[in-house]
Ligand binder design. Structure first.
Ligand code: FES
Length: 80
């Protein structure tokens, strides 16, 4: 699903970066999400927060090998 229409950024791209431990600001810089009209910002922030909450160690370590809870059979809105 496209989250950011202006920059054509999908939920998968956002969650992939979030699972790698990136925060919203880093993802915004990397992908350009929420840099034009801004309507997608809340949705993008929610995705990042849910992934980071599911894998707080990954968020702290900035590791790309740890996955969000949805990839481990848990529940998460990331729907990877
Ligand atoms: S929809 Fe993301 S900046 Fe417009």
């Amino acid at each position: 699903m496209i989250v950011c229409v202006c920059r054509r950024v999908s939920d998968r791209e956002i969650t992939r970066h979030a699972r790698a431990g990136m925060g919203f600001d880093e993802i915004q810089w990397e992908l350009g999400v929420a840099t034009q009209c801004g309507r997608c910002e809340n949705c993008a922030r929610d995705l990042v927060a849910q992934c980071n909450a599911a894998s707080p160690v990954a968020a702290l370590r900035n590791e790309s090998t740890l996955a969000c809870a949805c990839a481990q059979g848990g529940s998460c809105a990331c729907a990877a």
